[in-house]
Write a protein that binds this ligand. Structure first.
Ligand code: THU
Length: 147
């Protein structure tokens, strides 16, 4: 996204340029000897911090950490807060970093993001910018534990 048109969320699309660059950069550090698919995730917090993560695979395939796990870990370790913008990119590790395209967070990671989302979080998806509710409708959350 590199135009200055407004997105459906009323955001200039260029809002995501820096996050896309950060996601592509961190994807270079992914540990992906099994899938060869590198993922980089980057987000801004409400107080303006940049948090990132990359996927870390494991010989026990199911133990693999998605890029979003690293991002949320950095969020909490850095003082917590809520996410206001998010993007993740992915692509074969033999590809150039700039060829990594925007990918949807997997279902488990949408749940992970939902817990730490600002009410107005905007995620850049392959279909354009979307709110959390659009990518995880009727999410299970902390309030459900009290009902
Ligand atoms: N992956 C992520 O890092 N995040 C996602 O949301 C989807 C999948 C990683 C896990 C695995 O290392 C590779 O992509 C292929 O599934």
């Amino acid at each position: 996204m590199s135009t200055s048109e407004n997105t459906p969320q009323g955001l200039p699309a260029t809002e995501f340029d820096e996050l896309l660059a950060a996601a592509r950069e961190i994807a270079e550090r992914a540990y992906t000897p099994y899938s060869r698919f590198r993922v980089g995730a980057a987000a801004l917090t409400e107080d303006g911090r940049l948090v990132r993560g990359c996927n870390v695979e494991n010989a026990g395939y199911g133990v693999t950490l998605c890029a979003e796990c690293g991002l949320i870990s950095e969020l909490i370790a850095g003082g917590g807060g809520r996410l206001s913008r998010f993007v993740c990119v992915g692509g074969d590790e033999r590809k150039d970093r700039d060829e990594r395209h925007v990918v949807m967070p997997c279902g488990r990671c949408r749940q992970l993001l939902s817990e730490h989302a600002a009410p107005d979080l905007v995620l850049l998806t392959p279909g354009g910018p979307r709110g959390m509710d659009a990518v995880l409708p009727q999410a299970f959350g902390p309030a459900d534990l009290r009902s």
